[in-house]
Design a protein around this ligand. Structure first.
Ligand SMILES: NC(=O)c1ccc[n+]([C@@H]2O[C@H](COP(=O)([O-])OP(=O)(O)OC[C@H]3O[C@@H](n4cnc5c(N)ncnc54)[C@H](O)[C@@H]3O)[C@@H](O)[C@H]2O)c1
Length: 285
């Protein structure tokens, strides 16, 4: 039997979920955590030992030499910290969005290849049973030729606060498109078989968040809605619509619909929250 994989987590907001997964999986062990926030760190003292709770992630990488690192930091730190962890010899599971821009993402891939480490991005909705069932169906040919898709995630009032890193472009890279949109664009393009975009056009709107933040005298310079149109090398098209806030019925509305000559696959939420359904429509029979 091989020894359990030694895992560490950097960033203990969403990273608490990484820590829980690493600790509960029979093949892995949580051995260290890092965060600048000592209150968040203190919650792990009993689990990993005080000596394995670090405010300096570089020290943690050097001292603990984990096999795997979960990176769950504000977006502007994804690329530099992932690269530092790969260079230290660890495999990395980095939170979405992968990076602030394509240049950073390419650099991360280049370092992973050179160091021969695995780099994964936590596009977590792929792992819902509904998404997996649809992927099997599509890969089995149930849609025929895929020619069009629509993908959306809109919130009624789901701004992640004003004044924090999420709403400041230099720290987040953007608003709902880079935050929620990466999940729904990934879902659509993954189900479509990974076509290459040829042209993209879009619009970003600043009509709700920016005025609200101004009233509260808080920093906020990202869009509250982004929409667009992508054309792929296969000839297929994709329409997307993503927002953190707007007048609508449910708190969260998510839908990805992939249309083919033989059928349509739908992955959507139900009840305004995080319960999902998978649907397949065909006129064939
Ligand atoms: N996969 C998903 O569905 C999902 C859901 C939520 C968040 N996320 C992603 O997770 C990431 C983190 O989001 P969050 O909501 O946990 O944010 P957060 O602000 O709550 O947590 C980030 C943590 O990083 C720590 N930190 C900041 N700089 C640091 C540094 N230099 N060294 C060590 N620690 C540092 C902060 O103290 C904080 O505890 C984001 O990229 C977000 O997009 C993904």
């Amino acid at each position: 039997m091989s020894a359990p994989v030694r895992c560490a987590v950097i960033g203990l907001g969403m990273g608490k979920g990484h820590a829980k997964g690493f600790a509960e999986c029979p093949d892995s062990r949580l051995v260290a955590v890092a965060d600048l926030d000592v209150k968040r760190l203190a919650q792990f003292k009993d689990q990993v030992g005080e000596e394995n709770c670090f405010t300096d992630y570089r020290r943690m990488l050097k001292k603990v030499k984990p096999d795997v690192v979960g990176v769950a930091l504000p977006n502007f730190l994804h690329a530099p910290v992932t690269i530092a962890a790969l260079e230290a010899g660890a495999h990395v599971l980095c939170e979405k969005p992968m990076a602030m821009n394509v240049g950073q993402a390419r650099k991360m891939i280049e370092v992973a290849r050179r160091t021969r480490r695995t780099l994964g991005i936590n596009l977590s909705y792929r792992f819902t049973p509904q998404a997996r069932a649809l992927k099997d169906l599509v890969d089995g040919g149930a849609l025929g030729k895929v020619y069009h898709a629509y993908t959306s995630w809109t919130r009624r009032d789901g701004f992640p606060g004003f004044g924090g890193w999420f709403g400041q472009r230099k720290l987040s890279g953007g608003g709902p498109l880079i935050d929620l949109g990466v999940h729904r664009l990934d879902m659509a393009m993954w189900l479509m078989g990974g076509p290459t975009p040829v042209t993209v056009s879009g619009s970003a709107h600043y009509d709700i968040g920016v005025p609200r933040a101004k009233k509260e005298k808080k920093a906020f310079d990202v869009e509250d809605l982004a929409c667009g149109f992508i054309r792929f090398d296969t000839g297929a098209s994709l329409v997307f619509e993503i927002s953190w806030g707007g007048h609508q019925a449910d708190p969260e509305e998510m839908c990805t619909r992939v249309m083919g000559t033989e059928g349509t696959a739908v992955h959507r939420n139900e009840g305004g929250g995080y319960a999902f359904v998978a649907e397949y429509f065909t006129e064939k029979n």
